[in-house]
Ligand binder design. Structure first.
Ligand SMILES: *[C@@H]1O[C@H](CO)[C@@H](O)[C@H](O)[C@H]1NC(C)=O
Ligand SMILES: *[C@@H]1O[C@H](CO)[C@@H](O)[C@H](O)[C@H]1NC(C)=O
Ligand SMILES: *[C@@H]1O[C@H](CO)[C@@H](O)[C@H](O)[C@H]1NC(C)=O
Ligand SMILES: *[C@@H]1O[C@H](CO)[C@@H](O)[C@H](O)[C@H]1NC(C)=O
Length: 386
């Protein structure tokens, strides 16, 4: 009897000590991390053109979050094509919003960042690896981080299996792939379409391949130039970027949203109509249905806007964001799944370790939280025809 109780007791003690270890770590980090090391952010909008408004809006919003959190401009590297604010189609010239009730998120975003054709995979990788000589164009800022530093990478883009990057290239690849199971007549038609797409997609940005990205992250880890790294990725099929590729032990935590694009593609590609399950609040009329943000991105950013980032861990945010996107998923039968990869222990860090602390003034800066939660901002799926 006694031995049975002592076994249970030992088991319980082990459990408690594991818990205390994890929690203790996060508690001590709550107290120390904000003073130790530098916070870095790399924010990437991989697409361009008016129809992809949402990716650059997401990235601008992310910039505002980092900035309000006290990160310095020299530590925030923004990749965006920058063809939205001044776009002739923009009903609010010089302004970008990420929420129907939101304020301008474009204000202050470093214009000397990497824009136009400099938004490409090579620059992205060289920025991460702090290879200044390899970065062409822009401000030549690189991730010159040290061993105690925390890195936050956020990437918003279209995606395909194992790739993120230019939507035209990816769409072409998807169509080619799909065409293999179509009959020959359709194949010819599809080939023509692919050819046109490839012509259209002569730049501005290249595709980021899963293997390359994971290799770059491994190299970064090997160089010992960060303490922890959190990577948020929003792209269709983004799970394939890290599935079975990202090893544990790199002190990297990846959270991503995976759109159920494949299923949708299967039903629609014959008519070359691409349904992108994007979820945003109904945009103001003058935007003529253009999405202002992506479901997952808007979810984590609005969460970061209003929550106390010192008291909330990355993991707690994950739970809330997963719940919010799942609610939307059930409602429309398709939407996004939020997934995690890498070292989960990293996710016990407070959000503040990556995004800085919430500034009280900022809470209603990019989003008018009150009007957002009470108004008619129901979410819609944006169906886009390409
Ligand atoms: C947008 O227009 C403003 C005012 O004309 C100008 O200062 C700014 O450089 C332009 N930005 C881009 C990206 O063209
Ligand atoms: C830096 O980038 C250049 C140009 O892409 C490349 O040739 C070089 O090998 C890179 N250096 C390192 C250390 O990665
Ligand atoms: C092509 O389709 C197959 C089966 O649907 C999938 O396993 C594969 O990953 C796809 N490849 C690309 C490059 O899209
Ligand atoms: C999506 O999730 C948000 C947050 O939980 C919720 O306010 C909104 O009503 C949801 N939309 C739908 C259509 O379920």
């Amino acid at each position: 009897m006694i031995s049975r109780y002592s076994i249970i007791g030992v088991f319980f003690l082990v459990l408690v000590s594991i818990f205390v270890n994890i929690e203790g770590r996060s508690i001590s980090q709550f107290l120390t991390q904000n003073t130790k090391g530098t916070k870095w952010a790399v924010l990437v909008a991989g697409s361009n053109e008016w129809i992809n408004y949402r990716h650059q809006a997401d990235v601008c919003h992310a910039y505002q979050i980092m900035k309000a959190g006290g990160l310095k401009d020299e530590n925030i590297i923004v990749f965006m094509y920058d063809d939205i604010a001044n776009n002739t189609k923009n009903p609010r010239p010089g302004v970008i919003i990420n929420n129907p009730h939101g304020h301008d998120v474009y204000k202050g975003v470093p214009k000397a960042g990497l824009c136009r054709r400099y938004v490409n995979a090579k620059n992205f990788f060289n920025v991460i690896l702090a290879n200044k000589s390899g970065v062409v164009g822009g401000s030549e800022k690189v991730l010159k981080s040290g061993p105690n530093d925390h890195i936050f990478i956020y990437y918003a883009d279209h995606g395909g299996p194992g790739i993120i990057g230019n939507w035209k290239i990816k769409l072409s690849i998807l169509i080619v792939n799909r065409s293999l199971i179509c009959d020959s007549l359709k194949l010819i038609r599809i080939c023509i379409i692919v050819f046109v797409f490839l012509l259209l997609s002569a730049m501005p940005n290249e595709v980021v391949y899963a293997h390359d990205l994971v290799n770059v992250l491994k190299k970064k880890h090997a160089s010992g130039t960060y303490d922890r790294l959190v990577f948020y990725l929003e792209a269709c099929e983004s799970g394939s970027m890290f599935d079975g590729l990202l090893p544990e032990g790199l002190d990297i935590y990846v959270r991503l949203q995976r759109n159920l694009m494949k299923t949708v593609m299967a039903h629609t590609v014959e008519r070359v109509l691409l349904l992108i399950p994007v979820w945003v609040s109904v945009p103001p009329l003058e935007f003529k249905g253009v999405c202002l943000g992506d479901l997952y991105s808007v979810a984590w950013m609005e969460d970061s806007d209003v929550q106390d980032r010192k008291l909330n861990s990355v993991h707690r945010q994950y739970s809330r964001v997963a719940k919010r996107t799942a609610a939307n998923l059930t409602y429309y039968n398709y939407g996004s799944h939020v997934q995690e990869y890498g070292d989960k222990v990293v996710s016990f860090d407070p959000l503040a370790a990556y995004m800085g602390e919430t500034s009280k003034n900022h809470i209603h800066d990019s989003v008018d939280a009150k009007s957002f939660s009470t108004s008619s901002s129901r979410n819609v799926d944006q169906r886009m025809q390409y």
